[in-house]
Design a binder for this molecule. Structure first.
Ligand SMILES: N=c1c2ncn([C@@H]3O[C@H](COP(=O)(O)OP(=O)(O)OP(=O)(O)O)[C@@H](O)[C@H]3O)c2ncn1[C@@H]1O[C@H](COP(=O)(O)O)[C@@H](O)[C@H]1O
Length: 126
């Protein structure tokens, strides 16, 4: 776990000040700008210049930390770790020139389609 200690700044369940879409878009813009930033002064620039494997390693670490937080049953810790996981996933998307909107559109496309039915239709296609 890093030095960022935002766990206690907002109690679990409070609404964020702005919509989730807005923070995702703002963060994506920052990540894009960090592509030309100095790695010495930007964590994101350091990750992006480090290449795909460094980003993937962080995602694996954050996924493992998310699992541990869930098992511990500490909801604040879980939210914190999922935020880390989402953040590093957004860095991976930026690395590939993708945006949060690409994922949101995919989720929208899936909206209302039962996972069980979708899996069944894939089996029938084979
Ligand atoms: N949302 C985040 C964010 N979430 C987590 N982190 C960093 O991700 C890292 C998480 O890794 P760990 O918990 O494993 O901590 P660590 O052991 O110190 O990390 P490593 O040194 O092993 O990589 C920490 O350094 C956190 O500070 C983030 N760093 C940046 N952002 C956003 O990205 C923007 C740009 O950041 P910079 O590029 O650093 O200016 C910021 O303004 C924020 O909006």
């Amino acid at each position: 776990m890093g030095g960022r200690d935002t766990c206690n700044q907002r109690s679990y369940g409070d609404l964020p000040a702005m919509s989730d879409l807005t923070i995702l878009d703002r963060l994506a813009e920052t990540l894009e700008a960090r592509k030309s930033a100095d790695p010495a002064s930007s964590y994101v620039a350091k990750l992006l210049t480090g290449g795909q494997d460094k980003i993937l390693k962080k995602i694996a670490e954050e996924a493992a930390e998310t699992i541990m937080a869930s098992k511990d049953g500490d909801m604040k810790h879980l939210v914190y770790e999922v935020a880390d996981l989402w953040f590093h996933s957004l860095v991976l998307l930026a690395h590939h020139g993708l945006k949060p909107g690409d994922v949101l559109h995919e989720l929208e496309r899936r909206e209302g389609v039962s996972g069980i039915e979708e899996k069944q239709s894939r089996k029938m296609e084979r």
